[in-house]
Design a protein around this ligand. Structure first.
Ligand code: APR
Length: 255
């Protein structure tokens, strides 16, 4: 049990309330409390693979629900405190929790979204009539199948929006992430090992532009020394305490 220093709940709550442009950056660690495995945590997919162990039992994306960490961000969005969310996750849990599509950049794609390689139009699998059992996963690096649906807009090839290693990064999401990282005065990283670039560059860009940087991550990250605050705590518990604190402070705020 990680003993939380109650002061940090206060400090982080007040930093959020004082911020003019809060951007949050998430990784797989925000979804472990929903029952999904992360990649480089103690029991992560790559950690176990490197030890020659089989993958840990993890639920499928379709089976899991957002947790209190995801809900924290939705509440901040509703209060007008969260300006933008940059995520490396493909599990769709941020959108499922209620984050507005225009308020998030999913840098590594989203397993529920297909896109056209030519015109970049996005479709749900249902909209485009994509059935995994007939059409396959649709990853960019896999060779196209003749029976796969094509883009109704431009007749281009439809692929899964998930970005695999060696795939190009999505230009629209990268531009959004850069813009908001340059604008923010507070960036909070939640549940990321910050070892995969170019995604992991955005907290550095924010810091370089003068933003305060808070990292909430159980394990260490290469940016810990750059952070103004580094908390090795479980995200869900801590963030729900911060949310309660923010609501208390707002309640007693003079109107
Ligand atoms: N609370 C706080 N931190 C947590 C929690 C939790 N409940 N659960 C896990 N963590 C931390 C782990 O300690 C780990 O350092 O979250 C971090 C997750 O790091 P990774 O597993 O490396 O995930 P991420 O940073 O998102 O990986 C980036 O790598 O494999 C690629 O494309 C994949 O998007 C992914 C990218």
């Amino acid at each position: 049990m990680i003993i939380q220093n109650p002061d940090y709940v206060d400090i982080v709550s007040n930093l959020i309330l004082a911020s003019k442009y809060l951007v949050i950056f998430t990784g797989a660690g925000i979804s472990t409390e929903s029952g999904l495995s992360d990649f480089r945590g103690k029991n992560g997919v790559w950690t176990r693979r490197d030890k020659g162990l089989p993958p840990a039992r993890s639920k499928h994306f379709d089976e899991v629900q957002p947790n209190e960490g995801h809900n924290f961000m939705v509440q901040l969005q509703e209060m007008g405190l969260l300006k933008f969310l940059i995520s490396q996750n493909v599990d769709n849990l941020h959108l499922k929790s209620g984050i507005q599509p225009e308020r998030i950049a999913e840098l590594h794609g989203n397993y529920t979204i297909m896109k056209c390689v030519e015109c970049d139009t996005r479709y749900s699998r249902k909209e485009i009539g994509w059935e995994r059992e007939n059409h396959g996963r649709g990853f960019r690096m896999e060779s196209p199948q003749d029976n796969q649906p094509f883009c109704p807009e431009c007749h281009g090839r439809i692929i899964n929006s998930v970005v695999n290693f060696n795939d190009p990064m999505p230009s629209k999401e990268m531009e959004l992430a850069r813009d908001h990282s340059m604008k923010c005065d507070l960036m909070i990283v939640i549940g990321s090992s910050l070892v995969v670039t170019p995604a992991a560059n955005f907290p550095k860009i924010a810091k370089g532009k003068g933003a305060k940087l808070i990292i909430i991550n159980i394990d260490s990250t290469p940016l810990d020394n750059l952070a103004d605050i580094k908390l090795d705590v479980k995200a869900g518990d801590f963030l729900s305490n911060v949310l309660k604190r923010i609501k208390n402070i707002k309640e007693i705020e003079p109107i």
